[in-house]
Design a protein around this ligand. Structure first.
Ligand SMILES: Cc1cc2nc3c(=O)[nH]c(=O)nc-3n(C[C@H](O)[C@H](O)[C@H](O)COP(=O)(O)O)c2cc1C
Length: 325
């Protein structure tokens, strides 16, 4: 450090403060930082950084207009559908107008629950096929002005469809246990890896063994370049998380309409899960895990009991009269 002098250090500190990387003590910004640390608690700094670093920056700058993008080779429109052309594949049955989704909407909405207890009855490949096509298959194709895009039954930011569905099969009639990619264009399953046990599925869902009792898992994985080639702003990452939630809800409602019990989790072991789905966990990374199976009519794991007066008595329901906040 011999080359440093008080002058160069002061200059560096001033530059870092100017750039916002250093915050001067006893300033409003320092007070705000402390408040963030206090209120975000154990989530800080990681989650707070993601949140604030992508806040207030909604410019809709288009990666296409970035002159360096073509130099970096990013301007190419990525493929619309992920495909594993060399994988062995199973062509899924097409619904052919079967009225499987005609369950009344009110029933579906209010019957949907998160299930953690499943029977050993296999899910039929027809039911699985309907669920996958309904949630993840294309509904129609639109012209974005620079290429064709497709739409699904769920809204997806920019209709980029960056989320691909990978399938862990445990107990589906006619399908060998293993890991597959759902090819929505072909309506086929592409085999990525053979074999999947209940123990492995539970372990991959961060030790939640009931996930291993489901008939299958669906891993939603973001293919980032499908989003980033269009949106240069890091805020678009947040949109991918929101997109995953939309697909998850459609999955839960559709599974319910088909008589299945859905489950979803944000708790999973990202690295081994990515490996099993043949994802590099760089440009293709898992965001959300869904599952379903035939629900046990009388679950062995008791559903949470109804809240009683005693439960409400120990609940802060809202601010009392005359209090603020
Ligand atoms: C994003 C998300 C993540 C969840 N993660 C888990 C989980 O890891 N384990 C679990 O048992 N339930 C999980 N759940 C289910 C919730 O606990 C459940 O939705 C909540 O208790 C309300 O019950 P309901 O879904 O039956 O309305 C998750 C739900 C969502 C939406």
């Amino acid at each position: 450090m011999d080359h440093l002098t008080a002058g160069t250090v002061e200059e560096a500190v001033a530059a870092l403060a100017e750039a916002g990387a250093l915050v001067r003590e006893d300033t409003p910004r320092a007070a705000r930082d402390e408040e963030i640390e206090r209120r975000w608690g154990a989530w800080a700094p990681e989650a707070a950084f993601l949140h604030y670093a992508s806040q207030d920056i909604y410019d809709d700058s288009d990666a296409e207009t970035d002159p360096d993008a073509s130099v970096r080779g990013e301007a190419l429109e990525p493929v619309l559908f992920t495909e594993y052309p060399h994988a062995a594949r199973v062509l899924l049955p097409r619904a052919g107008g079967r009225p499987e989704l005609d369950t009344p909407y009110g029933h579906v909405l209010y019957e949907r629950r998160t299930h953690r207890d499943f029977t050993d009855e296999p899910v039929s490949v027809e039911t699985l096929a309907t669920l996958l096509a309904t949630c993840f298959g294309p509904v129609d194709f639109i012209d974005s002005g620079r290429s064709a895009l497709y739409r699904r039954t769920s809204p997806q930011g920019g209709a980029r469809q960056e989320l691909d569905a990978y399938l862990g099969v445990l107990n589906v009639s006619g399908l060998a246990a293993g890991w597959y990619h759902y090819n929505g264009l072909q309506h086929s399953l592409e085999l990525l890896a053979e074999g999947l046990t209940r123990e492995e599925a539970g372990a991959l869902c961060a030790g939640q063994e009931w996930a291993g009792e489901a008939a299958f898992l669906v891993v939603l994985a973001a293919r980032l370049e499908r989003m980033s080639c269009k949106y240069a702003t890091p805020r678009a990452y947040r949109v991918s998380l929101l997109n995953a939630g939309h697909l998850g809800q459609t999955f839960a409602l559709t599974a319910t309409a088909l008589g299945l019990g859905p489950f979803q989790t944000g708790a999973f072991c990202d690295t081994p899960l990515a490996e099993r789905c043949a994802l590099d966990n760089i440009g293709q990374t898992p965001l959300y895990v869904l599952a379903a199976g035939h629900p046990r009519p009388h679950p062995r794991r008791a559903a949470p009991p109804r809240a009683t007066v005693a439960a409400f008595a120990s609940t802060r329901i809202g601010p009392g009269p005359g209090t603020a906040g």
